[in-house]
Design a protein around this ligand. Sequence first.
Ligand code: ATP
Ligand code: MG
Ligand code: FE
Length: 338
Amino acid sequence: CYILAVETSCDETSAAVIKNGNVVLSNVIASQIETHKAFGGVVPEVASRKHVESITLILEEAIQQAGIPPEKLSAIAVTEGPGLVGALLVGIMAAKSLAFALDKPLIGTHHIAGHIYANQLTNEILYPCMALVVSGGHTELVLMEKEGSFKLIGRTRDDAVGEAYDKVARALGFPYPGGPYVDKLACESEEVETLPRAWLEPGSYDFSFSGLKSAVLNTVNQHRMRGENEFHPAIARGFQESVIEVLVEKAVRAIGETSAVQLLLCGGVAANRGLRAALSERCQKEEIPLLIPPLVYCTDNAAMIGAAAYLKWKNGEFSDLALKAEPSLSLEEWSVAT
Ligand code: ATP
Ligand code: MG
Ligand code: FE
């Protein structure tokens, strides 16, 4: 089975060819980061236009690098949501045109299912398992009792962790997206500013990062009012420690309180050095098998979309050419039919 996958949900235009759900034959990514940097964040209108500019070339490159003649493709997969509606539409239009022209089935795919199944590109997923999704727009604990079945047991009540990173980064003077800068500064810092942790009610698997974000912004202002300017590393480290402690603690507890036999880390923030190290160490201590995708499969890419689409392909679940962009598509509802 050869799936050509397309991803345009935010600011990466990407196409990939995936064999049997886990072999990456190509994975071409055009990032728009340089374009959006000037605006301090993703501008939806600009993102759509950029996707239109690059999609044809990216598709051609993905097919060419894979070395598979288009008629041999088994299906065309595309992110249908969640994401920016105008950005999603560009990928959906391209995928529909290809599916129609080549007479191949179309598979509308969930972006977060993609982030989770990025793990399948380098490891075997065992069930039941728990996914800790940490990305620009999502922070969730997802229980998967079997392949392609998604149950949300926890989610953020306000900011996503990646969003909090980007806002903190901006307050510290870093360009968009600032997550990696905060990560680097935190890992290098010797000092640590103590910041609050949001545990919420006992037993809850939900998250909250807006209080921590506000605490960072207040602390930054206090330092500035005192005329100090050497506070950035300590704040970056304090922020990162608070985020990591809550994420690790809740994920490990979720494993203990369910039948999950594996923990899967995924999403753009899974690229965070501090989080990868802390979670690895804790899981080793608790003897929890942990999967973390390599960095290229953590942030947005089409290979992960191909991996998730394979679940639907195996089950014979296809989309028709009326497929629409779904900016807030539900992960649970996208589960494979039983
Ligand atoms: P979603 O997947 O929820 O729709 P998205 O696709 O925009 O959102 P991703 O591409 O998965 O998000 O991740 C991007 C986010 O990851 C950004 O917020 C970015 O700052 C963050 N990020 C990337 N690398 C790191 C890092 N090393 N440390 C912290 N955050 C990081
Ligand atoms: Mg992105
Ligand atoms: Fe993403």
